[in-house]
Design a protein around this ligand. Sequence first.
Ligand code: NAP
Length: 326
Amino acid sequence: MKALLCTSYGLPETLEISEVPTPKIAADEVLIQVKACGVNFPDVLIIQNKYQVKPPLPFAPGGEVSGIILEVGEKVNHLKKGDRVIALCGWGGFAEEVVVNAKRVFLIPVDLDFISAAATLYTYGTSYYALKDRAVLKAGETLLVLGAAGGVGLAAVELGKMMGATVIAAASTDEKLALCKAKGADFTINYSTEDLRKMVKEITGERGADVVFDPIGGDLSEVALRSIAWKGRYLVVGFASGDIPMFPNNLALLKGCSIVGVFWGSFSERQPQDNQKNIVELLSLHKNGKIKQHIHKIFTLETAPQALTELINRKVKGKAVVKVCD
Ligand SMILES: NC(=O)c1ccc[n+]([C@@H]2O[C@H](COP(=O)([O-])OP(=O)(O)OC[C@H]3O[C@@H](n4cnc5c(N)ncnc54)[C@H](OP(=O)(O)O)[C@@H]3O)[C@@H](O)[C@H]2O)c1
C-alpha cells in the first residue's frame, strides 16, 4: 500500500511517498481502509520530533482518519468488516491502510461523508471536552477564543455559540474573523491590529471574559489572562505559536480565576467512556445541523505536505483534509 512517510525528522517537504506492506493487526485492533485523514497541528510537530508522542522512524503522520473496516481482531466485538468509522490513530493516517486499537474507533452515521468525518475527532473532541467538561461553560457567559479560525478554535466558536455563550473570536486577519462571524461569533477582535485587552473590556463592559480558550500560547496569553472575569476559567489548550507562556501567578489570585489544563488525548485514554459519550453527542449535534466542519481544502497523499506547510504558515481556516482512497 501507499504511504507518505517521515523517514528522517524535518519539515513537510522531507516527507516521501513509498510502497509499504499492509500492517498486521493484533487481537484488539482493526485494519481500516483510509478514505480521508484530517490534518492537525500535532502532525506538524510529530514529523519534526517536537511532539510528546515519538513513533519510531519511518512512520506516516496523520492522527485521525475516516474509512472502512477491512479486518477485525479476534477480541473486537463492537465492530465488523465493512463498518464506516472514524478513528484516532495518532499517526499512520497518511496511508491507504492503518491499524488502530478498537477502543479508539467509532462508528459514523451513513449521512456523514468521509471528508467531514475526518475533520471531527481532534478538533470538536478537544473543544467540546474543553468547554463542557473543563470550563463548564454556561449559557449567558462570555467566551473568548484565541486562534479562533484554526482547527480547535473554530470548533470552540461554534460549540460555544451552541452552548449559549456570547462568543468573542480573536484571530490575526479580517478574513479569518469573517469566517468566525459566519460560524456564529458575536464579536471579533483582530489581534494583529487591535488591542486585545482594551477590546475585551469594551465588549464585556469592563467585566472580562468568563472563559478564555487559548490554543496558541506566546505573548497573547498573558494579555488574555489579564482580560478574564472574576471566577473565570482560562483553558490551556495548546502552543501553536511555539512559545509556552509563563504567568505571574498573582493574576490567578487577583482574578479569583482558574487556569485549567486541557489534554484531550489523555482524557480519551483515561476516561474512554466519557470520551465516547462526548463523541456520540458531537455526532448527534452534526446530524441535527448544530455543527458543521469547515473544510479549508482537500489535499491528496501527494500534496499532503502542502497542507502541513499551510498549517505552519497560518493559512488554514478550519480543517485541511487529505483524501486518500476513493
Ligand atoms: N490540548 C489538547 O488536547 C489539544 C488537542 C488538539 C490540538 N491541540 C493544540 O492546539 C493548538 C492548535 O491546534 P489546531 O489543530 O487548531 O491548529 P491550527 O488549525 O493551525 O490553528 C492554530 C492557530 O494558532 C494561531 N497561531 C498563532 N501563532 C501561530 C504560529 N506560529 N504557527 C501556527 N499557528 C499560529 C493561528 O491563528 P492566527 O493566525 O489567527 O493567530 C492558527 O489558526 C496546537 O498547539 C495543538 O497541538 C491541543
